[in-house]
Design a protein. Structure first.
Length: 319
């Protein structure tokens, strides 16, 4: 018997949750999905991706006094120690070290301000409209926030990076720099076989925050809860309910397509959507063609459900 432990009707403005299709970013379930809220250490997902996009894993970092004295969750780094970027990223995501976040930010951005500028530029490039960061760790600041939907899509983008997947899904890690072992604080990774990766967070202002990536028989979802105390059970229940309620449906098949004007376009892979039974009949394919056939713009293929775009991708004319 399943128990959905999130009561949507009792959700407060200071709380939110979402479940998205991890393949497309489509919102499947949610409440207050776009509310801008503090997210605590879920911030470190974006910190890790920003670092991975800018510096090599084997770069060495000398820990500064400022990094070593950061408040909150810590790896207990000492000023003057030398660590690789790779080891600090494991400490960042598995053990949520604020000192690691600071050291990585200083190294990557030249300063905390320089790094947060990189983070926010990346937010804009990703088209996320309800997020803004002032630090790399998630310590509370009035201008530091994200919506549950933006946070879920941040994790979706991060999971497209192979190194991020490797680190965020690790259950334990022993760094070469020190005789310690870090156990991933995300409990579901240790006992829920469908939970693949995730990140925990907590501050007094934000409450408990959690993001989890689940996968079951080709179905992939990301769950985010912000300011929700019963998050472990809620994440498991939400993922299970979606896996039972949605089918993984092939909505576009790989191949070449001849249009009415004899032009030919090519779709280079199969595309799938998580759809409820009633949505499968409503899914429609719409091809948007540039006004002039001579234009070098790509064609845009949309899959709509009830006149809302659920999936879109570019296709090219081949003749």
């Amino acid at each position: 018997m399943l128990f959905l432990l999130w009561n949507v009707n009792e959700a407060k403005a200071s709380s939110s949750y979402v479940v998205i299709d991890a393949s497309t970013g489509r919102l499947l379930e949610g409440s207050n999905a776009n509310a801008e809220l503090p997210i605590a250490s879920l911030t470190k997902v974006w910190t890790a991706l920003t670092v991975l996009d800018n510096v090599p894993l084997d770069d060495e970092i000398t820990i500064s006094n400022a990094a070593a004295t950061q408040e909150g969750s810590s790896l207990y780094l000492q000023a003057g120690e030398v660590w690789t970027v790779e080891s600090l990223l494991y400490g960042l995501l598995l053990h949520s070290g604020n000192d690691a976040a600071y050291a990585l930010a200083e190294h990557t951005g030249g300063s905390i301000d320089g790094f947060t500028k990189l983070m926010n530029e990346k937010i804009q490039l990703a088209g996320l409209e309800n997020a803004h960061f002032t630090n790399p760790s998630g310590l509370h600041h009035e201008e530091h926030y994200a919506s549950a939907l933006d946070m879920a899509n941040m994790f979706r983008l991060a999971m497209q990076n192979e190194e991020f997947i490797k680190i965020a899904s690790a259950k334990t890690y022993k760094p070469k720099e020190k005789s310690v072992s870090w156990r991933n604080k995300h409990k579901l990774l240790h006992y829920n076989k469908f939970a693949i990766a995730g990140k925990t967070g907590y501050t007094k202002v934000a409450g408990r925050t959690l993001v989890t990536y689940f996968e079951d028989d080709g179905k992939k979802v990301i769950v985010v809860t912000l300011n929700h105390s019963n998050d472990w059970n809620t994440h498991s229940s939400l993922a299970t309910n979606v896996f039972q309620s949605y089918d993984n449906v092939k909505v576009v098949e790989k191949g070449k397509y001849r249009l009415l004007d004899k032009q030919v376009i090519e779709v280079k892979k199969d595309y799938f959507l998580l759809l409820k039974k009633e949505e499968q009949e409503e899914a429609k394919n719409v091809l948007i063609i540039p006004r002039k056939s001579s234009e070098k713009k790509p064609y845009l293929w949309n899959v709509t459900i009830n006149n809302e775009v659920a999936l879109k991708f570019e296709v090219k004319k081949i003749k």
